[in-house]
Write a protein that binds this ligand. Structure first.
Ligand code: RET
Length: 235
């Protein structure tokens, strides 16, 4: 077995803190939607859906649900992959709606995204068998590339054609997305992949990334009324 292979009180506390962040963000996003006409609420509803799914996932993980022991006794939180399977596509929906991309493009990046998460899940389940775990991780990295490519090329070009304010906000959120999302495979390598960091540190790193990529992302997206109005009217 590895050192510190199960969460301590600290790790469980971090899971509860993340749950509270997700739950409060959900309530805030929903309350903000009240100030808008129904057809302008899509960003609020998508963003609240993202944090609500994560709140459920974090509550489960804090309660010891959605986690199992690998053959060496190290905790493997497969529940977070269930969360990511739904929330990462929804984050791409938020970005796609903001830029006004064609649904063909959104479907394509979402498909790559789901493949990325599933390969990380299966790779994590088999990480103790390197000849199975690493090929799956590499597959996940390969399908991650077209997602980044779309964000920095065609989606960006589409956003630029709408308005300078929408383009600025899209650039801010897409850069944030590319940087934060790129950190996940790094954590995966040191946590699930090689198990060199304690489970508590894994919980902390994924927790900080999740709260930033979902809550802060939503706050920035919903912060400016004119951007939401423009992104609704122009496409
Ligand atoms: C894995 C391993 C396989 C290769 C890659 C990964 C990327 C995961 C990402 C997760 C993002 C999660 C978010 C969650 C909530 O906000 C699956 C770790 C590339 C990008 C943004």
């Amino acid at each position: 077995a590895y050192a510190a292979s199960t969460p301590t009180t600290f790790g469980v506390a971090v899971l509860w803190v993340a749950f509270v962040c997700m739950a409060l963000s959900t309530l805030y996003f929903i309350s903000q939607s009240a100030g808008y006409d129904i057809e302008m609420r899509k960003f609020h509803y998508v963003s609240a859906g993202i944090t609500a799914i994560a709140a459920l996932a974090y509550m489960c993980m804090a309660l010891g649900i959605g986690v199992s022991a690998d053959p060496y006794g190290r905790s493997f939180y497969w529940g977070r992959y269930l969360d990511w399977t739904f929330t990462t596509p929804l984050l791409l929906v938020d970005l796609g709606l903001l830029a006004g991309v064609h649904w063909n493009e959104l479907t394509y990046v979402i498909l790559m995204d789901v493949l990325m998460i599933i390969s990380g899940l299966v790779g994590g389940l088999y990480a103790h068998e390197p000849t199975k775990g690493w090929p799956l991780f590499v597959f996940g990295m390969v399908v991650f590339l077209p997602i980044i490519q779309s964000l920095v090329t065609s989606m960006k070009d589409k956003a630029i054609k709408t308005s300078p304010a929408v383009a600025d906000r899209f650039n801010q959120l897409s850069v944030m997305t590319v940087v934060l999302w790129s950190a996940y495979p790094v954590v995966w390598v040191v946590a699930e992949g090689t198990k060199v960091i304690p489970v508590d540190i894994e919980i902390l790193l994924y927790g900080v990334l999740d709260v930033t990529a979902k809550c802060l992302f939503g706050f920035i997206l919903l912060a400016n009324r004119s951007i939401i109005e423009f992104a609704t009217q122009s496409h």
